[in-house]
Design a protein around this ligand. Structure first.
Ligand code: URA
Length: 208
């Protein structure tokens, strides 16, 4: 099962606040940032550790450190940018790759218009961020691009997932795990998640 619904009380509380119709841009941005941080905490829980010895005030002490993991965070433009800093809070040395995919509102298919990947993707863990897993078209296309460049450890963070998107992601990339703050009811006829958040990009950027 590639989609993991995070049941932490803080996540459930904050995703509920995010659904408020009259929410301000500032509040939506803050909650998106906080949720991205909480999801990143969950998605990095299996990072391997190694022992190393450091000089502590009281003498040498053995500590744990993350074992040489290189991370790239991959925001899908433009809404994914709203989640970027929340992940960077926890993985500050991560490099950033960017993918530009817009949804064709007629076909609901992703249209690819930009990409800039960091190097050595075969050695990296990629953490894709995009608030809405609706049809999963953009997510699947981004994973395709990463795999074509040799990336093998790919994870995704979304705020809300639709069952249709979960099924599509599972069918296309069963090896990719996706952490979400909520699994909602369904997609409407124009591909919006119900109850969802509305247009997450517009809410993060204040456009509308
Ligand atoms: N993108 C959004 O911003 N919202 C949805 O509900 C679906 C896709």
């Amino acid at each position: 099962m590639p989609v993991i619904a995070v049941a932490h009380p803080l996540v459930r509380h904050k995703i509920g606040l995010l659904r408020e119709d009259q929410i301000s841009t500032k509040k939506f941005r803050e909650l998106t940032h906080e949720l991205a941080r909480l999801l990143a905490y969950e998605a990095t829980a299996d990072f391997p550790l190694e022992k190393t010895t450091i000089q502590c005030w009281s003498g040498p002490v053995e500590i744990d450190q993350i074992a040489g993991r290189k991370v790239t965070i991959v925001p899908i433009l433009r809404a994914g940018l709203g989640m970027l800093d929340g992940v960077l809070d926890l993985v500050p040395n991560a490099k950033i790759s960017v993918v530009g995919l817009a949804r064709d509102h007629e076909t609901l298919q992703p249209v690819h218009y930009f990409e800039k990947f960091v190097g050595h993707l075969s050695e990296r863990t990629a953490i894709i961020v995009d608030p809405m897993l609706a049809t999963a078209g953009s997510m699947i296309a981004t994973i395709d691009l990463l795999k074509a460049r040799g990336c093998r450890d790919i994870r995704a963070l979304v705020l809300v997932a639709a069952p249709e998107g979960i099924a599509a992601l599972d069918a296309a990339h069963p090896d990719v795990r996706c952490w979400t703050a909520a699994v909602d009811s369904h997609l409407n006829e124009i591909g919006y998640i119900i109850p969802g958040l509305g247009d997450a990009g517009d809410k993060i950027f204040g456009t509308k």
